[in-house]
Design a protein around this ligand. Structure first.
Ligand code: NAD
Length: 437
């Protein structure tokens, strides 16, 4: 469903009228295309305080496609290294660094603030580093014109390279106001043009919508994709598999033996990337919700994710260095009228990811993360009544809905072995939705 308001505000009369009426003014977001895969322009590298990462970081930023600068009148992106700030007087340097440049950041530009992990034993450092979170979330709400702000808490610049490349590219167009923790896992060598080369990915619910887009982006990045959906969607599923040079696996994930059937379909080489995308809604207020609308949502969205992940880990099907990406939702963070079942299932995904991630990494060498989409333009959201749909689209810092490809790009970043330091994270792909923020 086309966003007519976004198209209208892109015209001269539309801009004039919406400005006069004080209405939201979304900028069309710049996304990855083969012709234009990078942001273009200068990358302003600023440091607040004494950074332990300055030299390593410069190396990494030089490897992005942007031109590294220490001064710029119109930067495409700004990286502020605030990892060295260990007390609240140091926060003045954050203001001093960004206040003069923030207005000049280009349309669709990026502001990435780098922080240090919050210390549990030094309350001065904790206050200063936690302050960065409120700062970045507020800046994301102020920037406008398709610009985004993100905080990355990192231990080593090297482990953060894949995250920085994602954030400093058009692939992260609909990710804003997020706080991302990156551990110090050793970064795997990576072909940055095809970061998933040689890997096998299984995507559930891939016959259409977000799952189809995820399969497409993973295949673009070099993965062999195994696309799974219910047997009744086999026609569409085979079309997706054929288009992407992948393999179709018609299977209902709620079947008792679904995990075992996935494992045997993936034998003998196993699986590197598991994307739990399949999901359903059966909306109704709790007072009107019979068990036959509650149970299937919990079964598909949560129980089957737990059961199949356990089976694939237990059978050793998930290879070391692999990754699991599950699909939550901002409904699982903020709650939603008529969605007690759906929000419970999606909040359950967040619990599963946070609890499983450390052990799965230690024992099996795999990362476990979640994407939490906000309002994404799909058949599902096109069916939402007009006024609720318009509210869903506009109530975020970018004042528009995301596209399935935005969830797919975020999934591909999390799935890359170069992102091994990102574990147990829930990344909202919501344009910094006001809901649950
Ligand atoms: P969709 O309905 O277009 O696609 C879901 C796919 O999952 C379908 O192809 C369906 O056949 C498949 N599926 C359902 N039950 C299955 C089962 N038992 N076994 C195998 N496959 C099954 O939905 P979408 O909008 O593309 O959403 C994809 C995911 O993103 C879901 O988990 C959804 O909850 C989540 N999400 C979507 C939005 C949004 O705005 N569209 C927002 C937040 C979260």
């Amino acid at each position: 469903m086309a966003d007519r308001y976004l198209n209208f505000t892109g015209t001269a009369p539309g801009r004039f009228l919406t400005r006069r009426l004080g209405l939201p003014q979304p900028s069309p977001l710049r996304r990855w295309t083969p012709e234009s895969p990078s942001l273009e322009g200068e990358l302003l590298h600023l440091t607040a305080g004494e950074s332990p990462h300055e030299a390593d970081l410069r190396q990494i930023l030089t490897r992005t496609n942007l031109t590294l600068a220490t001064e710029s009148s119109h930067p495409a992106a700004v990286v502020l290294d605030a990892t060295g700030i260990s007390d609240t007087p140091g926060l003045a340097q954050v203001h001093a660094a960004l206040h003069p440049v923030v207005r000049s950041v280009a349309e669709n530009g990026r502001v990435v603030v780098l922080g240090a992990p919050v210390s549990p034993s030094d309350h001065h450092q904790a206050a200063a580093q936690q302050a960065l979170e409120g700062f970045v979330r507020s800046l994301g709400k102020e920037l406008g014109r398709g610009r985004t702000a993100t905080l990355v808490r990192m231990r080593s610049a090297e482990a953060a390279e894949s995250t920085l490349r994602f954030l400093l590219s058009p692939r992260s167009a609909y990710v804003s106001g997020q706080v991302i923790e990156v551990g110090d896992a050793q970064a795997a060598p990576c072909d940055w043009d095809r970061p998933l080369s040689g890997r096998t990915a299984l995507v559930t619910g891939a016959a259409r919508g977000i799952g189809e887009a995820v399969a497409e982006v993973l295949a673009r990045d070099g993965a062999h994709v195994v696309v799974l959906d219910v047997p009744s969607a086999q026609g569409d599923l085979v079309r997706v598999a054929d288009r992407l040079g992948g393999t179709a696996l018609p299977l209902d994930i709620t079947a008792d033996d679904a995990g075992e059937r996935m494992a045997s379909a993936l034998a003998p080489d196993g699986l590197d990337i598991l994307v739990h995308n399949a999901g359903i809604t059966r909306d109704r207020k709790l007072a009107n919700m019979p068990a036959d609308r509650w149970n299937p949502v919990l079964d598909v969205n949560l129980t089957s994710v737990l059961r199949t992940t356990d089976a694939l880990l237990k059978s050793g099907t998930l290879n070391r260095g692999g990754s699991v990406v599950a699909t939550a939702s901002i409904a699982g963070i903020a709650g939603n009228v008529g969605q007690t079942n759906y929000a419970a299932s999606k909040a359950g995904i967040i619990g599963l990811v946070r609890a499983l991630a450390p052990g799965a990494h230690a024992e099996h060498g795999v990362t476990v993360n979640a994407v939490a989409p906000g309002f994404i333009e799909t058949k599902m959201t096109a069916a939402v009544p007009l006024f609720i749909r318009e509210a869903g689209r506009r109530m975020n810092s970018l004042a528009q809905g995301g596209l399935p490809v935005d969830v797919a790009e975020t999934t591909a970043w999390l799935a890359a072995s170069a992102s091994g330091g990102v574990n147990g994270q829930v990344i909202r792909v919501c344009g910094q939705s006001l809901l649950g923020s």
